[in-house]
Design a protein around this ligand. Structure first.
Ligand SMILES: Nc1nc2c(ncn2[C@@H]2O[C@H](COP(=O)(O)OP(=O)(O)OP(=O)(O)O)[C@@H](O)[C@H]2O)c(=O)[nH]1
Ligand SMILES: [Zn+2]
Length: 388
């Protein structure tokens, strides 16, 4: 494959990367939307002395921005798909209490949770700061203050245009380019190569694993695999990712060819730290969907722009997709990749992941055999490919 030079980094993408980094370390970010400017810090990072000073400086006008999913989980009868703002003048302003509102794994003192004055928000800066928190791998909750607030003199802020945040995912995906390629014989597919891709903004690399010589015109067997550190690498039994990863490569080797995209979308896009929080919540009785909602996220925060862009870079416009997830099919189609067929990708459940798989089938519409998951047959251990 031809290796092309990396495109020039573009300013809006870099501004978002920089702002996301600042949010992660508790820094102050300035979201600029023409005449509307919002100063924000991430709720999760609102712990430092700088944040205490920032919080103390906003008796009026500052709000805590939370997602409807998080508030619905706290028991409020609101629209889970909307964004809400809680005026800080009427709510507790200590960092500990703010973190508690944002983070269901923090110790909770119900008496301290006061949500008077909370309102649905249509402010573009409020919507954008939630997206920026998600891009930063943080819980989707932030403190937002309007321009004109008395900022403590020693606090610097990092500016980012609002439209750079809202357009980031798509633009960043469109800049992915192959950087290097090498033969890597795999235990399950000796004739395999890995191609690395980088976006122009210094964001995470993504990889394509090519088994054999996939014929571009002939709708090669294709798998979009979302990164799962615990399942892929450590062999965690909480999910089916390890089986799906190795099983996809085995199947491609058996057919003689295929393409597996290894996508930087840990935890259905919420990141590993948040996935571990979701696991904590699942250990206290929530299922995988509700755990995401309690953290303030949607059930699935992934988009497959990057996958479509990588396929296009590889010259592949038509695929047979190995998946049980209808959303992957719909999104690839929406982004211009033709789906010539779906190939089921099901492995035997174990005692630790059966509930997870059942929830995916019942709540997320995954094409899995519900009866089999509800009434497991006695069968030997080990992965097996089966077709529904
Ligand atoms: N948030 C969250 N993510 C999880 C959990 N268990 C696994 N994951 C993540 O889910 C993703 C697995 O997705 P995939 O196997 O690519 O996709 P899928 O949606 O199951 O669809 P198919 O396997 O293609 O049918 C990985 O990023 C995992 O890290 C969980 O309990 N919570
Ligand atoms: Zn997994």
């Amino acid at each position: 494959m031809e290796v092309t030079a990396e495109p020039k980094p573009t300013a809006p993408l870099l501004a978002v990367q920089h702002a996301a980094r600042m949010l992660r370390i508790g820094g102050l970010v300035r979201i600029e939307n023409g005449s509307e400017v919002g100063y924000a810090i991430a709720a999760e990072a609102a712990m430092s002395e700088c944040d205490h000073a920032f919080l103390a400086s906003m008796p009026h006008g500052g709000t805590l921005v939370l997602t409807g999913q998080r508030l619905a989980a706290l028991g409020l009868p609101i629209d889970p798909r909307a964004i809400y703002e809680l005026p800080l003048a009427r709510a507790p302003r200590t960092p500990g209490l703010i973190a508690m509102l944002a983070d269901p794994t923090a110790p909770v003192d119900d008496a301290a949770i006061r949500l008077e004055g909370i309102e649905r928000s249509s402010r573009p800066t409020a919507l954008a700061v939630i997206e920026l928190c998600k891009l930063a791998g943080l819980l989707p909750a932030a403190i937002l203050a309007p321009e004109g607030i008395d900022l403590p003199v020693n606090i610097d802020s990092t500016g980012v245009p609002l439209e750079a945040i809202t357009g980031y995912r798509r633009l960043s995906a469109s800049t992915l380019r192959p950087v290097s390629e090498a033969r890597v014989p795999l235990a399950d597919a000796e004739n395999a190569r890995i191609v690395s891709f980088r976006p122009a903004d210094g964001g995470p690399e993504q990889y394509a694993i090519l088994v054999g010589e996939p014929e571009r015109e002939a709708a090669p067997l294709t798998r979009l695999h979302s990164e799962c550190f615990t399942g892929d690498f450590l062999g965690s039994l909480r999910c089916d990712c390890g089986d799906q990863l190795r099983g996809a490569i085995r199947r491609m080797a058996h057919e003689g060819a295929g393409v597996l995209l290894y996508l930087a979308q840990e935890g259905r896009g919420i990141g590993l730290a948040n996935k571990l929080r979701a696991y904590m919540l699942q250990d206290s009785g929530l299922d995988t969907v509700d755990a995401n909602h309690h953290l303030g996220f949607e059930n699935d925060e992934r988009d497959f722009w990057a996958a479509a862009a990588m396929l296009r870079q590889l010259g592949i416009g038509r695929v047979r997709l190995l998946t049980n997830n209808p959303a992957k099919i719909a999104q690839l189609q929406q982004y211009g990749i033709e789906i010539a067929g779906r190939v089921p990708h099901i492995f035997e459940a174990n005692a630790h992941n059966r509930g997870y798989l059942l929830t995916k089938a019942l709540k997320s519409g995954h094409m899995l055999a519900v009866d089999e998951l509800q009434q497991p047959k006695k069968s030997p251990n080990g992965a097996r490919l089966s077709v529904v």
